[in-house]
Design a binder for this molecule. Structure first.
Ligand SMILES: Cc1cc2nc3c(=O)[nH]c(=O)nc-3n(C[C@H](O)[C@H](O)[C@H](O)COP(=O)(O)OP(=O)(O)OC[C@H]3O[C@@H](n4cnc5c(N)ncnc54)[C@H](O)[C@@H]3O)c2cc1C
Length: 792
């Protein structure tokens, strides 16, 4: 066994085997995998092992396509062929109109990744799967690539290829401890220590045992999950093809063919967490006790959809632990707060996705970033607030809704009390409906939420009324959770100047917007910098970037300790005052500040009522607006002072949906929707924020090397000819029948009366005036490229 290596992968299920294999493919061959027992002895061995291509976002579709291509290649490898039923096809049933709308959106989104799903009517669905009835069926989404694979053979094949490329695989080698050493790790095992530059937690349901060894908690909880294997079914025996996979969002089951019978799996409402109080060290190659009673209500639904099963015996029950995260998407990427520590955990569909997750993780580790923006998978999308209690509540909710995909603006009820401010109940009293942003309860609209939909939401007009009041009078909103970090120390601006790709504010009292890049010159993040005094800057960024930005800044801190970082997100909330009467309201509520002379993009300390905070003149809305950063304990006092002063000016509350509509009209970007690591700042039309003549910043060399090369895509604003349908992130942009781009975000501009979308498109179609269309819910909506700034 080597005692030094580049990377140790801990765990030999599909996650670990795929990560190991892909590391060798990306160029790191001095790598090891340590498995406490036998390969696949965790969850992987007993998986139903269905492999599907469906995903709710493009990155999922892309990584699953990678899995499918890889598994095909492995299946056809004459040296070690493996069993893979590829191309049985699969049906996602629809019994409600919103299922069909969702499928049409997913169809458009997958089309942008080169994948064609088909939408079938009920009769055609039953023709393709002759065991199902059409009772109450509206149709189904057909995925031609669906199939299933032998999980043990798959892992052996990956490990075998990795070994051939130079990797070591050690079974019966439990990792017992981890010690961070500067940038690297000592991996302790009962066979001795290994010095590794990187460690990868691929520990499946034991990922938090490994997490504890490095002092982190991962938001992963296991559920017991059951499937039944049936006796042979005559109807299947008589077919000359394999029946397709089935998934049902109403009846909470899936099935695939197994020999001449079916494998049927259940997502029961009366579900069980597993292993929360600790896991028996001897639980290996093991299952949980059979519990058929628990899934009986689901089984009744299955009988109705597939009546032949009422006469079919069950010969095996499999009940095993399956890992989930709070949002159902695995944790693949860097672990926050630790150097060179990575996760590939929380996989609930690890056989279908595992090939792709290992591929993306290896790219992140070896190249610093992957072919896709991987934020949706990034472990740092959760902070320490996503504790075991939160994770458990969300995981149960997710398990109970396994195939009921989220619709736009849908915020489900579990785990909604984790991050609030003193104003949360006050705004609720004022009629706010809340959504969650990085765990925070944020007021989204002051009207009933209605039923989430891919069409115009019920609160559409209410948002228009909020915007009209802001635009003509004045509005107040709480923007809690906005990520703020106080950066302090001698030479702080000079230091930030080496990190951002453009100008940074130089004069005390100035506020500036800047971007930071990956080493490959792609857009990594955006920050508002407010220079409070010579040695203190407040860094502001999207709420979701809380751990991400802190990690990135920490990784770049000068070694001499001259600069310190202090998170402010939990200590200060933001009250936003916007509209033509904003200065008048502030003049009364905060008379100590010269609001009339308060210049755009400046900041100062200010007393609002009895609260002492920091005021900044910045605006996402395009209206005359001020952000008031107030200590949380004084938020209510400041709010009451502002409301009292605002009454005479007709002050209204406005929420996050109104802000979203106004920011689209202004052409402002949203982090990880419009600002992604797949494109550089020129492709993102942010060239004015890049100063290539600066001596150094991350990504500069890569940008210089790329000069003169054609753009991959270009960021544009699209104006639809009418407002028949709203667009959503992921929808395809078409030129004739050819996909030429993807929508990143979209909204209706209430001030301009325009139905707008932002998108990355093929540069050949990016000129102003270019006529294109959007593939929305199975229709084509004509649109044109227009200037980004629509208002003001
Ligand atoms: C009943 C059931 C049906 C399923 N059906 C499907 C399906 O149809 N399609 C699909 O895609 N997915 C399915 N899944 C999910 C899928 O099986 C899992 O997502 C996948 O197997 C998880 O793989 P993993 O590598 O993350 O975890 P595991 O397979 O559990 O591997 C983790 C490994 O880490 C090792 N380990 C842990 N701690 C240490 C340590 N300290 N030192 C060394 N090694 C350690 C363990 O021994 C284990 O081998 C199903 C799951 C269940 C339970």
């Amino acid at each position: 066994m080597r005692t030094t290596t580049r990377a140790v992968v801990i765990g030999g299920g599909i996650a670990g085997c795929s990560a190991l294999y892909h590391l060798t493919q990306e160029g790191w061959t001095d790598v090891m995998l340590l498995e406490r027992d036998e390969l696949t002895s965790g969850t992987t061995w007993h998986s139903a092992a269905q492999v599907t291509n469906f995903g709710g976002i493009q990155v999922m579709v892309g990584l699953k396509t990678h899995s499918i291509k890889l598994y095909e290649e492995l299946a056809n490898d004459p040296d070690y062929p493996i069993n893979y039923h590829h191309g049985d096809g699969g049906l996602r049933l629809a019994s409600e109109d919103w299922h069909l709308d969702g499928y049409r959106h997913f169809q458009s989104m997958a089309r942008g990744m080169g994948i064609e799903f088909e939408l079938l009517d009920a009769q055609e669905s039953a023709r393709r799967h002759p065991l199902i009835t059409t009772e109450g069926l509206k149709g189904a989404l057909w995925d031609p690539m669906d199939g299933d694979i032998d999980p043990a053979q798959l892992c052996q094949a990956l490990a075998r290829r990795a070994r051939k490329a130079g990797a070591e695989v050690h079974r019966h080698t439990p990792v017992t401890g981890l010690t961070q050493t500067g940038d690297g790790w000592i991996v302790h095992t009962d066979k001795g220590d290994i010095h590794a530059e990187h460690v990868v937690n691929a520990g499946g349901y034991r990922c938090n045992e490994i997490g504890a060894m490095m002092g982190v908690h991962l938001p992963v909880v296991s559920m017991e999950h059951q499937y039944f294997l049936t006796e042979p079914i005559r109807e299947i025996e008589e077919l000359d093809y394999r029946v397709p996979l089935l998934r049902c969002p109403t009846d909470d089951f899936y099935s695939r063919q197994e020999k001449n019978g079916l494998l049927v799996g259940f997502y029961e409402q009366d579900c069980r967490t597993w292993g929360l109080g600790g896991i028996d060290p001897n639980f290996t190659n093991a299952l949980c006790p059979d519990d058929p009673e628990r899934v009986m209500p689901v089984l009744e639904n299955v009988f109705e959809r597939m009546p032949c099963l009422t006469e079919t015996g069950i010969h095996t029950i499999v009940n095993g632990p399956i890992t989930y995260t709070p949002d159902g998407v695995p944790l693949v990427g860097a672990i926050g707060g630790r150097r060179n520590a990575w996760a590939i955990t929380g996989l609930r569909a690890g056989l279908g996705e595992g090939g792709g997750h290992g591929w993306l993780l290896a790219q992140m580790m070896v190249h610093g970033e992957a072919v896709y923006d991987t934020w949706a998978l990034d472990p740092r999308r959760f902070g320490s607030w996503a504790d075991e209690d939160y994770t458990t509540r969300k995981v149960i909710e997710d398990y109970q809704n396994e195939f009921r995909f989220h619709r736009p603006h849908e915020h489900r009820p579990a785990g909604r009390d984790k991050r609030t401010t003193p104003l949360t109940p006050v705004l609720a009293e004022a009629g706010a409906e809340f959504g969650t942003v990085n765990g925070w309860e944020r007021a989204m609209v002051y009207a009933p939420e209605g039923t989430p939909t891919h069409r115009w939401p019920e609160w559409h007009e209410a948002v228009g009324a909020e915007i009209d009041a802001v635009h003509t009078r004045v509005g107040i909103a709480e923007v809690n959770g906005f990520n703020r970090i106080e950066i302090a120390g001698e030479g702080v601006m000079a230091w930030l100047d080496t990190l951002l790709c453009g100008r940074v504010p130089k004069k005390v009292g100035k506020v500036g917007l800047g971007y930071f890049l990956t080493e490959q010159g792609n857009v990594l993040g955006e920050a508002t910098m407010a220079l409070l005094d010579e040695r203190t800057v407040w860094w502001g960024g999207a709420a979701a970037g809380e751990v991400h930005d802190f990690d990135w800044l920490t990784a770049h801190l000068p070694a001499d300790g001259s600069i310190t970082l202090t998170p402010k997100v939990a200590t200060h909330t933001i009250l936003l005052i916007a509209g033509p009467k904003a200065r008048a309201v502030l003049g009364e509520a905060a008379p100590g500040t010269d609001w009339a002379g308060f210049k755009w993009l400046t900041c100062t300390t200010a007393r609002i009522g009895s609260a002492e905070g920091v005021a900044m003149s910045v605006s996402f809305s395009g209206e005359d607006a001020f952000e008031l950063h107030i200590p949380v304990g004084q938020a209510e006092a400041a709010y009451r002072a502002l409301m009292a002063a605002g009454e005479a000016h007709g002050i209204v509350h406005f929420g996050g949906y109104a802000v979203e509509s106004m920011r689209i009209e202004m052409g402002y970007r949203h982090w990880k929707a419009d600002l992604i690591t797949e494109f550089d700042p020129f492709e993102s039309t942010l060239g004015r924020f890049v100063k290539l003549d600066k001596p150094a910043f991350p990504g500069r060399e890569a940008l210089l090397a790329k000069q003169g090369q054609p753009m991959r895509r270009r960021f544009v604003t699209l104006l639809m000819d009418d407002a028949t349908l709203p667009a959503h992130g992921g929808d395809s942009v078409m030129a004739g029948d050819v996909v030429v781009g993807t929508v990143t975000s979209a909204d209706y501009g209430h001030r301009t009366g325009e139905n707008l979308a932002m998108a990355f498109v093929d540069p050949a179609h990016a000129e102003e005036g270019a006529r294109l269309s959007l593939d929305l819910l199975g229709t084509r909506q004509a649109c044109a490229v227009v200037p980004a700034k629509r208002y003001g």
